[in-house]
Design a protein around this ligand. Structure first.
Ligand SMILES: O=c1ccn([C@H]2C[C@H](O)[C@@H](COP(=O)(O)OP(=O)(O)OP(=O)(O)O)O2)c(=O)[nH]1
Ligand SMILES: [Mg+2]
Length: 149
C-alpha cells in the first residue's frame, strides 16, 4: 500500500503471550488477520466472544472493524455474528471476536489459528438537525425491493 499506515497502539495481554499480533498475510491484504487466544468448540448454532489476547488504543477519528474470514465462512459456516464488529477508539478492553457457527458440524477454535480480520476505517461523526418534514424525492418511502427483484 502506498500511504503511510495508521499507527495503533497495541497491548499484549498476559494470555496473549506467544501469539502473533494481527498482521497482513500479503502485501495487498485489506485485513490484518487475528488469531484466537483460546481453545474451544463451537457447537452448531452456538456463538462465543473469542479472546484475542490484545487490547488497542485506536487514534481518534478511526475505528477498527472486525470481519469474518471467507474461508471459514464458506468451508465451515463460521462467521462474526455482528459483522462488521466495531472497536471504538475509546475502548481499552480486550478485543474479542464474536464467532458464530452457522454450519452443521461442531467447529474447533484452536489457539493460534486465524479466526477473523481487522480493517481500520475513518469515522466521520454526524449531528442530526431535527426538521418537521423532509424534502421530496422520486423514491420517496419506497425501499426494500421497491425497484424490483
Ligand atoms: O466484535 C466486537 C465488537 C465490539 N467489541 C468491543 C469493542 C467495542 O468498542 C465495544 C462495544 O462494542 P459495540 O458498541 O458494538 O457494542 P454495544 O453492545 O453497543 O456495547 P457498548 O454499550 O459497550 O457500546 O465492545 C469487541 O471487542 N469485538
Ligand atoms: Mg456501543
Amino acid at each position: 500500500m502506498s500511504s503511510a499506515p495508521i499507527r495503533i497502539a497495541i497491548q499484549r495481554l498476559p494470555h496473549g503471550e506467544g501469539l502473533p499480533l494481527p498482521g497482513y498475510a500479503s502485501a495487498g491484504a485489506a485485513g490484518m488477520d487475528v488469531v484466537a487466544a483460546e481453545d474451544l468448540v463451537l457447537a452448531p448454532g452456538a456463538r462465543h466472544a473469542v479472546a484475542t489476547g490484545f487490547a488497542l488504543a485506536i487514534p481518534h477519528g478511526y475505528e477498527v472493524q472486525v470481519r469474518p474470514r471467507s474461508g471459514l465462512a464458506l468451508k465451515h459456516g463460521i462467521t462474526c455474528l455482528n459483522t462488521p464488529g466495531t472497536i471504538d477508539c475509546d475502548y481499552r478492553g480486550e478485543v474479542k471476536v464474536i464467532l458464530a457457527n452457522l454450519g452443521n458440524e461442531p467447529f474447533a477454535v484452536v489457539r493460534g489459528e486465524r479466526i477473523a480480520q481487522l480493517v481500520p476505517a475513518a469515522v466521520q461523526h454526524a449531528a442530526f438537525d431535527e426538521v418537521a418534514s423532509l424534502d421530496e424525492t422520486a423514491r420517496g418511502a419506497g425501499g426494500f425491493g421497491s425497484t424490483g427483484r
